[in-house]
Design a binder for this molecule. Structure first.
Ligand SMILES: Cc1cc2nc3c(=O)[nH]c(=O)nc-3n(C[C@H](O)[C@H](O)[C@H](O)COP(=O)(O)OP(=O)(O)OC[C@H]3O[C@@H](n4cnc5c(N)ncnc54)[C@H](O)[C@@H]3O)c2cc1C
Length: 506
């Protein structure tokens, strides 16, 4: 059978909830996923193995284009390829962001304020920590706090407090400023919990899931999306949809599919001799990510002991400038050394070393994703313009200096021996050079088919592709402005809401 009510492209953070909620409403749904099944794969289940999933079969292998701002370095931008998408390969941090993030969305995409989004956030999760009225108790995603018994976890809590930050009982509460135990999409048994496990696995007996099947083009009858061209088992096949198609292929692949379907900027379509079906100037624009300094490394005065969970454990959230309305910096510990290749080359990181990653979460630089060819597997040109906005650089420089001070507090005395990368305390130009050398991605690319009420937004606030019927986007592409948090939880929430909008439309 190749006709369904809905075709959902992608089984990740956005696709899995849409597919499940449409199915639960009685629809006949097929999920088309380019990657393989991830169920029961030991490296995916083991939280400590997440970093190794970034290269190889579970990843798309995309690269950010180099710029002088990051010293012309190649920076990979991993995206999960398999059931669960990036939720099956990510670092498992579950952080929903603050009301102000969503109230900013609401300004250009009405209906996306915090009060609109909170019920969907609650519907996503089963929170296993202390009861809270703002958390969910019965959702498909198991969310747990970490095992706090690691010397680095304790030092992060104590050092943050010594720097004057409050200790926060719930970073997913209304005010995340301070230092807190992080939340993870890790099940109570200690294994990673993916979107596919949460949303799809329980209904595999009534859901059609086509793995190793790549969507190449949405097919239309008039302006209505009625089908999908896919590549499966070495041949091209057509799937047809009675009610519509949902694109949840992520912020890099969704714009590709839109453009290959004739929906995109005039010049870009013309450059690749693609027939223009819908002029959508915004497709591929507005790419945002959180620049991440990966990472500050420090010499420990004793062995760190076995790794716990994902190798992190806490969140430190603070302001680079007290005058800011919202916290803009986030640091997380790494129970071992951590760095981009340029750091391994520049510093000695052997021995007992721990690291702290630093992200600017209220980031302002914007880039784009473009086609380099029309083959479905042609490399994409992805340019995030990391550090192009001087505010991002300034915030990270302030953060590096804050963290170098933090490890010198009493709270870190049981662990800190010396600086490793940078290998001395830095300031001014030296801090800037370190940031440029260590700047990488927080893995949070979003925004390439943004939703908005304005005509230039490719997607409406109800997630329909403007100029079409029966075609929706439900993934990180639709985010108009990157929230000051990790992006798995927000995209899961988007998936939940997408199904509501679709069901209300039909
Ligand atoms: C290494 C890494 C670490 C991260 N760490 C965190 C973290 O700790 N916390 C956090 O909140 N966020 C984290 N993120 C980001 C977060 O996981 C993503 O923002 C989020 O999962 C994106 O959801 P999505 O639905 O947009 O895309 P995805 O979850 O990536 O789903 C897209 C799916 O579509 C499939 N697909 C793509 N193209 C096609 C096609 N043509 N045909 C068929 N299928 C297709 C893909 O294979 C994939 O399964 C991380 C991401 C990565 C990669």
């Amino acid at each position: 059978m190749s006709t369904y009510d809905y075709i959902v492209v992608g089984s990740g953070s956005g696709g899995a909830p849409v597919a499940r909620r449409l199915l639960d409403a009685g629809a006949d749904v097929v999920v088309v996923e380019a990657g393989r099944s991830t169920f029961g794969v030991p490296d995916i289940e083991d939280p400590a193995s997440w970093f190794g999933l970034q290269s190889g079969a579970w990843d798309w292998g995309h690269q950010y284009q180099p710029t002088p701002r990051v010293l012309d370095r190649d920076i990979s931008i991993p995206r999960g390829k398999g059931l669960g998408g990036s939720s099956a390969t990510n670092a498992m941090m579950w952080y929903r962001g603050v009301p102000a993030d969503y109230d900013r969305w609401d300004a250009t995409a009405p209906g996306w304020g915090w009060d609109d989004c909170l019920p969907a956030f609650q519907a996503c999760e089963t929170w296993h920590g202390a009861a809270s009225p703002t958390r969910g108790a019965t959702g498909p995603m198991h969310i747990t706090p970490p095992d706090p018994n690691h010397p680095l976890t304790q030092a992060m809590l104590d050092g943050g407090r010594d720097m004057g930050l409050p200790v926060n009982a719930d970073p997913n509460g209304p005010e995340p400023l301070g230092v807190a135990l992080a939340n993870f999409n890790i099940a109570p048994d200690g294994k990673r919990w993916t979107s596919a496990q949460g949303y799809l696995e329980p209904v595999m007996d009534r859901l059609t899931v086509l793995t190793q099947t790549t969507a190449t083009e949405v097919l239309f009858t008039g302006d209505r999306a009625t089908g999908l061209r896919v590549f499966r088992n070495g041949t091209e096949q057509i799937l047809t949809a009675r009610k519509g198609v949902v694109l949840s292929a992520g912020a890099l692949e969704t714009p590709r599919i839109l453009m290959l379907s004739g929906i995109g900027p005039e010049a870009e379509l013309a450059r690749h001799r693609l027939k223009c079906r819908v002029l959508a100037q915004g497709v591929g624009d507005n790419l945002q990510d959180h620049p991440l300094v990966r990472a500050l490394n420090f010499r420990a005065n004793r062995p760190l002991g076995p790794m716990k969970g994902n190798g992190g454990g806490t969140l430190t959230i603070w302001k680079s400038d007290d005058a800011l309305a919202q916290a803009d910096l986030l640091a997380f510990p790494v129970q071992g050394r951590s760095g981009v290749p340029a750091l391994w080359d520049a510093y000695d990181l052997d021995g007992d070393v721990f690291a702290i990653g630093l992200g600017v979460m209220r980031s302002f630089s914007k880039g784009y994703v473009r086609l380099t060819g029309t083959a479905p597997d042609a490399p994409l040109e992805v340019q995030p313009n990391l550090l192009a906005d001087p505010r991002d650089l300034k915030a990270l420089m302030s953060g590096v200096e804050f963290l170098q001070d933090m490890v010198a507090t009493q709270g870190f005395a049981p662990l800190f021996k010396d600086y490793a990368a940078p290998d001395t305390k830095v300031s001014g130009k030296d801090t800037e050079t370190f940031v440029r050398r260590a700047c990488s991605t927080f893995f949070h690319c979003v925004g390439t088919a943004r939703m908005g009420a304005d005509d230039d937004a490719p997607v409406t606030p109800r997630l329909a592709v403007r100029g079409t019927t029966g075609l929706w986007v439900a993934d990180a592409s639709v985010i108009p402005e990157i929230p000051a948090c990790h992006t798995h939880a927000p995209v899961t929430m988007i998936g939940e809401r997408a199904a509501q909008f679709i069901l209300e439309t039909i």
